[in-house]
Design a protein around this ligand. Structure first.
Ligand code: HEM
Length: 510
């Protein structure tokens, strides 16, 4: 009897347990979800990709959350081809031939809402920034007047400030690690260096990370936390309205100013006071006595632009100075870490670099100069290879297809679709970089003939492309090209016996 009863109960259909009202509600929710999802599913159904990704952005959010988005993107492109559906309205592209279309010099494809998530807020209000703005007019207003300040021709004027920071870095390494035989957390120190260099070239004032040997005002920690959350949320930008940029929550939360913004505005106030006093602006913090008037820092140049051009909005100087730190410090630190990680992991590369430095004539100055660094081809190859295997900005740089639509990888893509090139996947394109593209091999840049080298260079997205490409690319090259050979020449850097790639043993070679 019991058996019969239980058999009878389990054979009842589930819906019969629900009331009629419940069934209607469930049918309504399922039906309207289907009606809502169907048009967006159909719109891009001709593009291959994981089925779930055609219905929701959740998979791509989870790839970022799980810290393996770069590898995941590469695997998906290898499986589905150069054009893959990553979300209901988001396509990822890995074919280098499409770079010129998506990132054209006129900015026909504007930045997507991915970038709204990356905007900075001060006391609850968004401040327009050169990197994150989606508005073409604001972008022109911010980029045009200062582009020349970052150009190759101005580059050497920043060398004295970088030299002074490298001196400070080496002094600290010597005192704290060489003299004491302590193991150095090289990854942390490279980040401290990158933050202080940006402070010194932007304000003639280091942020003080190196002298103190630690993060100050939790700037590095905040930056890490911020990007850790923002990267995940950027995959579903509407989430940002619920949490970070929710006007109700913002009113309830204590309004906080980002410490980087606070640092930049304090430097600007100092400068205004100095100008009032008419002081000869010699930086007292800088033990090498670099004169700001002679070797103008970025702030001096930004203020000159402001006073020259009445169209400059009042918030521009702050936006420019802040974007130097936010866009230029962590990125450079990541590239430096990638280079050292790979040099230590591949000792033959480190030996080759050291040999190049030893045999190149004229490298007898205390620090390697920018001009000297240009005579070191293996150094250049290591920098390019690091940006290729581990691009510091690892997620697709998202853009919106203009209303008239576009042809991408031979497929017609409707206007309004978000497309982005995954630098990780593009940099592993077999046709361009070879079937060993997953491996660290700086030699590929030296062995290639002129046309192959140009093909590979044109496929690099490390610094972006088109009208929104990195404005600070040369500054970054300058920092790295000076620090790397100078450090390798001065110190013997090795992994400790129980090795972790975050740690290094330093010995003086002089
Ligand atoms: C290794 C170091 C660096 C890397 C890998 C890097 C990478 C990038 C990339 C990929 C973009 C374009 C992003 C996009 O299209 O969405 C970009 C833009 C930008 N970068 Fe860099 N960057 C580096 C260093 C710097 C430095 C040192 C500065 C400033 C001193 C800087 C300032 C900027 C700014 C202001 C933008 C926005 C430009 C615009 O939209 O017009 N970056 N960077």
């Amino acid at each position: 009897e019991k058996m019969e009863l239980s058999g009878h109960v389990t054979s009842l259909p589930l819906w019969s347990l629900l009331s009629q009202k419940g069934t209607i509600i469930i049918c309504f929710v399922l039906g309207s979800s289907l009606l809502w999802l169907l048009p967006s599913y159909v719109r891009l159904r001709h593009v291959p990709g994981p089925f779930l990704a055609s219905l929701t952005n959740l998979p791509r959010l989870l790839w970022v959350y799980n810290n393996d988005a770069g590898d995941k993107h590469t695997v998906l492109h290898r499986k589905y081809g150069p054009l893959v559906r990553f979300g209901p309205n988001m396509l990822s592209v890995s074919a280098p031939s499409e770079i010129g279309t998506i990132y054209d010099i006129h900015g026909k494809f504007p930045k997507s809402d991915f970038y709204r998530v990356l905007s900075f807020y001060v006391k609850g209000n968004a401040i327009p920034g050169l990197f994150a703005t989606q508005d073409r007019r604001i972008h022109n207003l911010l980029r045009r007047p200062i582009a020349g300040i970052y150009s190759m021709t101005n580059l050497m004027s920043y060398e004295p400030m970088i030299d002074s920071t490298i001196h400070c870095f080496f002094e600290q390494l010597d005192q704290r690690f060489v003299q004491t035989s302590q193991v150095c957390e090289l990854d942390v120190w490279l980040q401290l260096f990158a933050f202080d260099v940006i402070g010194s070239i932007t304000f003639s004032k280091r942020l003080g990370f190196l002298e103190q040997g630690r993060d100050i005002d939790r700037i590095m920690e905040n930056s890490w936390r911020y990007f850790r959350v923002a990267a995940v949320i950027s995959q579903m930008p509407w989430l940002d309205y619920i949490w970070t940029k929710n006007p109700i929550l913002q009113r309830l939360r204590k309004a906080k100013t980002n410490p980087i913004v606070a640092f930049a505005s304090a430097r600007r106030k100092e400068r205004a006071i100095e100008a009032e006093k008419g002081s000869d602006v010699i930086d007292t913090d800088n033990e090498k006595g670099v004169q700001r008037l002679k070797n103008k820092d970025f702030l001096t140049r930004f203020l000159e632009v402001e006073s020259r051009d009445p169209a400059t909005p009042p918030w521009a100087v702050s936006a420019w100075s802040t974007s130097n730190i936010t866009a230029g410090s962590d990125t450079t630190a990541i590239l430096l870490r990638t280079i050292f990680y790979n040099l230590l992991k591949h000792p033959h590369s480190l030996a080759k670099l050291r040999q190049e430095i030893d045999i190149t004539p004229g490298l007898d100055t205390e620090l390697v100069t920018w001009t000297q660094s240009l005579t070191l081809p293996y150094l250049g190859a290591c920098i390019k290879e690091a940006g290729r295997v581990h691009p510091p900005l690892g997620l697709p740089y998202e853009r919106v297809v203009p209303p008239e639509g576009a042809t991408i990888c031979g497929q017609r893509i409707p206007g309004g679709t978000v497309v982005g090139m995954s630098p990780w996947a593009t940099h592993r394109d077999y046709d361009t970089f070879g079937t060993d593209s997953d491996l660290w091999r700086p030699e590929r840049w030296i062995e290639a003939n002129e046309s192959k080298r140009r093909q590979m260079e044109n496929a690099l997205l490390t610094f972006g492309a088109g009208n929104r490409s990195c404005i600070g690319k040369h500054i970054s090259f300058l920092e790295i090209s000076k620090l790397l050979p100078s450090l390798v020449r001065k110190f013997d850097v090795r992994l400790p016996l129980l090795f972790s790639f975050r740690l290094a043993i330093l010995k003086s070679l002089e």
